[in-house]
Write a protein that binds this ligand. Structure first.
Ligand SMILES: CC(C)=CCC/C(C)=C/CC/C(C)=C/CC/C(C)=C/[C@@H]1[C@@H](COP(=O)(O)OP(=O)(O)O)[C@]1(C)CC/C=C(\C)CC/C=C(\C)CCC=C(C)C
Ligand SMILES: [Mn+2]
Length: 380
């Protein structure tokens, strides 16, 4: 990807003057569950599965959203007024929208179905995620060290305290001051990038699951507070977060299955080694890139699992605020069709990119709308 994203830095003095007025994110509610640093502490306890460790984070996120922070209450009472220069803030959000439109047409399409307030918040989150990913995947990736990621994390801390470094950070700082978004999933995404720097093989699905949580499940957790939970919620808040996590994992598994060839050319194999071996396959088969019956059978199994995560995610969409169901259904249906495209390519994900055409994309929108209205699931 090009360098458009790389550090659109505001003139320094200007940024400080303008952005120091952003409110800080307020007092955190008391910890209700034991998993605050669930992931890092759990690494020291290999007896627990990745799914258990990640669930601790889900519980914590759900607990946070149940207890509005002091700041949120103040805002609702109209007492705080954040930014001094609304035009600059609007410009920052617009720039986030442009970046999203340029880099992720499918997500962008989904965001167009949201209310304008939520849309710009999602754009700000999208841009932060994309920039984070670009650190390890972008044109300057070869210069990125763990220390650079530490600096990026420090910058994240500052942004959450209302001290953004540049315009794009300022949009996110504004978003996290308005919605009950917690810093933990953002930190965990940076942890995923650290993993990408030091690890290029995954021994089993448990290891891969943790990676998928870090780089994508986190996006689900970041998004729920913005999407909003239905006031008439029937299920538990945890189950909504769990569904959001599942959507992130499903998307990332789909990404991995679509990009097998591209990743192999960068020396990366995300597919679980033990599962490859069970189908009589190894890294060599992937580097050779030939579609054999073994490969087809292996891929069928992988696709089946990714679809199970999409099904898990479906269960939570109807528990979201009604205004957010359509965009989430749309993005779920659109992303899941990449799996169909892999099948249509006869499982050649070595040299043929699975792609969902414009016509299919647009045809999915009314289907998603129908699902959002009806809360049902089984058509596509
Ligand atoms: C209850 C319920 C179902 C709620 C919905 C919650 C929700 C909105 C979940 C969204 C989940 C989601 C969109 C996850 C993104 C997964 C993803 C694509 C991760 C990518 C990681 C690294 O992959 P890789 O390097 O292999 O891939 P590339 O070749 O580089 O693409 C990411 C790139 C990490 C960064 C993620 C993003 C840039 C996407 C962030 C997207 C949003 C904030 C938009 C969400 C908007 C809508 C409309 C769903
Ligand atoms: Mn990437």
């Amino acid at each position: 990807m090009s360098g458009v994203l790389l550090w659109v830095v505001c003139p320094k003095g200007n940024a400080t003057a303008l952005f120091s007025l952003i409110p800080t994110s307020g007092k955190k509610p008391k910890r209700c569950f034991k998993g605050v640093s669930a992931i890092s502490s759990a690494v020291a306890n290999p007896a627990r599965s990745s799914e258990e460790k990640v669930y601790d984070v889900v519980l914590k996120q759900a607990a946070l959203v149940k207890q509005p922070r002091a700041l949120d209450l103040e805002k609702r009472n109209g007492k705080t007024d954040g930014f001094a220069d609304w035009n600059l803030l609007n410009e920052a959000y617009d720039r986030c929208g442009e970046v999203c439109a340029e880099y992720a047409k499918t997500f962008y399409l989904g965001t167009l179905l949201m209310t304008s307030e939520r849309r710009r918040a999602v754009w700000a989150i999208y841009v932060w995620c994309r920039r984070t990913d670009e650190l390890v995947d972008g044109p300057n990736a070869s210069h990125i060290t763990p220390r650079a990621l530490d600096r990026w994390e420090k910058r994240l801390d500052d942004l959450f305290k209302g001290r953004p470094y540049d315009m794009l950070d300022a949009a996110l700082a504004d978003t996290v001051s308005k919605y009950p978004v917690d810093i933990q999933p953002f930190k965990d995404m940076i942890e995923g990038m650290r993993l990408d720097l030091r690890k290029s093989r995954y021994m089993n699905f448990d290891e891969l699951y943790l990676y998928c949580y870090y780089v994508a499940g986190t996006v689900g957790l970041m998004s729920v507070p913005v999407m909003g939970i239905a006031p008439e919620l029937k299920a538990s808040v945890e189950s909504v977060y769990n569904a959001a996590l599942a959507l992130g994992i499903a998307n990332q598994l789909t990404n991995i299955l679509r990009d097998v060839g591209e990743d192999a050319r960068r020396g990366r194999v995300y597919l679980p080694q033990d599962e490859l071996a069970r189908f009589g396959l190894s890294d060599d088969d992937i580097f050779r890139g030939q579609v054999t019956d073994r490969w087809r059978n292996f891929m069928k199994d992988q696709i089946k699992r990714a679809r199970m995560f999409f099904s898990e995610a479906e269960k939570g969409v109807s528990e979201l605020n009604s205004a957010s169901r359509w965009p989430v259904w749309a993005s779920l249906l659109l992303y899941r069709q990449i799996l169909d495209a892999i099948e249509e390519n006869d499982y050649n994900n070595f040299s043929k990119r699975a792609y969902v055409g414009k016509l299919k994309k647009f045809a999915s929108l009314p289907v998603a709308y129908g699902r959002a209205l009806m809360g049902t699931s089984k058509f596509i």
